[in-house]
Design a protein around this ligand. Structure first.
Ligand code: MN
Length: 468
């Protein structure tokens, strides 16, 4: 690992000069992996971000294929060797002739940057204990955490087909919602559209079915981390989630940052994992010395919003919330990997875990609007006078994450995992065709309903009204 440590040296500089600018997302110490193409007719290429450029790894003759999932499956030592080769070729006074590298660089602004890999399976965990407690309180004030929470890393299987890369817009989902004072649900666009601030875990090497990954080996199977937004329709969720958990309220869209920051790049920013006194210790299969010493990641997180009105007025994004991965999480990445496979379940390279919403301990550190607005009761005031309880059409979110231990690296990584998503107006929802698909008895209520009668969440409007 000594040679790898040299790639993390804070004083290392690159001959790609934009990488050395203070505030650059992509200094030479970072080197995150992603996929790009120069036009939409060509296959994705594997690239590494450096400054405002992306290095084409195949063109630079560092790899001989363009299959990111194959690259993710590399053994840890090969992955480290590749990182060292990239760093050596990009650093100032490079020991190797870097003309091949120079010819393999593209401006990030001139290429299309896509999903970082093909995600086969996506699992969403629930490791944010402050989130679980706050949400639990909304439903069960006296007993917010269920008894299994402190023993089992809770998760559910999500859906990979609607994972999108940062910058992808999607329509507001529709579904069944039921107000507390009515007997029957209605079908309508979600009026409680929310975000979930999460870390994404990208699996590197998989495991065979029937062969669990021991916690001591768990991080060898993780390629790196990304930032993840697990958009959620709270009104659909509230009606559908029992007894099997969320379904259509979660799988309409989730957004992933385009760059995977490797475990190697994050290695200086590890922290101890410990439970406060009086908390149950994890069962033996979820515990190891290394996990206790440095199982956590000191990653700062933030979510900002820009409404349509702010955008039109030229106003910048405004912070909604902030937190920290270590403070928010009750379980570590290694514990997620081991628990997921302990029954013999196999993981494959490119599989994605969501951490679960990473809310901090303070109310203003909540990682979702559901918590920030106390279940939709308390509107958030934005500086231009607008208010939000849940997201409105045209809102755009920007999440970011960074590390802080080493000053230069910290500042440089502050924006590295980023995403933004514009919520488009729904286009297909209340066409006549869609109405035909509804049960007959709902059609009249849909056409004649007044918003306040059906849905009385304060300050939540449904921008798109049904056609009459
Ligand atoms: Mn989630």
């Amino acid at each position: 690992m000594e040679a790898c440590n040299a790639t993390l040296n804070p004083s290392l500089r690159s001959w790609v000069t934009t990488a050395n600018l203070s505030g650059s997302d992509f200094p030479i110490q970072n080197l995150p992996f992603g996929r790009f193409r120069t036009n939409s007719n060509e296959p994705w290429r594997i690239g590494v971000a450096i400054g405002d450029m992306v290095l084409d790894l195949k063109a630079a003759e560092l790899i001989n294929h363009s299959d990111m999932n194959q690259l993710l499956a590399m053994k840890k030592e090969d992955r480290v060797a590749l990182r060292i080769a990239i760093s050596n070729g990009l650093k100032e006074d490079a020991p190797v002739n870097h003309s091949a590298f120079e010819q393999s660089l593209f401006k990030q602004s001139s290429v299309e940057i896509g999903m970082p890999c093909e995600v086969g399976d996506y699992t969403d965990f629930y490791v944010g204990i402050h989130h679980a407690t706050a949400v639990g309180k909304l439903f069960r004030p006296d007993n917010p955490l269920l008894p299994n929470y402190k023993w089992v890393p809770i998760g559910y299987h999500g859906r990979s087909s609607t994972l999108n890369v940062s910058g992808t817009s999607f329509p507001r989902p529709c579904g069944q919602v039921k107000a507390a004072d009515t007997d029957a649900p209605i079908f309508q666009p979600s009026a409680r559209l929310d975000f979930e601030l999460e870390i994404g875990v990208v699996i590197g090497q998989g495991n065979q079915q029937g062969q669990p990954i021991a916690i001591e080996k768990a991080e060898d199977h993780v390629f790196g981390l990304t930032l993840f937004n697990d958009w959620s329709a709270r009104d659909i969720q509230a009606w559908e989630y029992q007894p099997l958990g969320p379904f259509l309220s979660k799988n309409f869209a989730s957004t992933l940052s385009p760059w995977i920051v490797t475990m190697e790049a994050l290695s200086p920013f590890r922290q101890e994992f410990k439970r406060p006194d009086g908390e149950p210790q994890p069962l033996a299969y979820l515990s190891s010395e290394v996990n206790s010493l440095q199982g956590a990641f000191d990653v700062k997180l933030e979510v900002l919003i820009q409404t349509e009105a702010m955008r039109k007025a030229g106003l910048p994004f405004e912070r909604l919330t902030y937190s920290n991965f270590t403070e928010a999480a009750y379980w570590t990445v290694a514990q997620m990997v081991t628990h997921h496979t302990i029954n013999g379940c196999s993981l494959r390279s490119g599989d994605l875990f969501g951490s679960g919403t990473l809310s901090g301990p303070k109310p203003e550190q909540a990682g979702s609007l559901l918590e920030l607005t106390q279940g939709g009761k308390q509107a958030i005031a934005l500086s231009n006078g607008e208010k939000r309880i849940f997201l409105q059409d045209g809102d755009s979110l920007h999440s970011r994450a960074g590390v802080k231990s080493l000053v230069q690296f910290a500042l440089a990584l502050a924006n590295v995992l980023q995403q933004s998503c514009l919520l488009k107006r729904p286009k297909f929802i209340f066409t006549d065709e869609a109405i035909q698909l509804l049960p007959k008895r709902n059609i009249s209520s849909l056409k004649n309903r007044s918003k306040s009668k059906v849905f009385d969440y304060p300050n939540t409007s449904i921008t798109q009204q049904p056609k009459n």
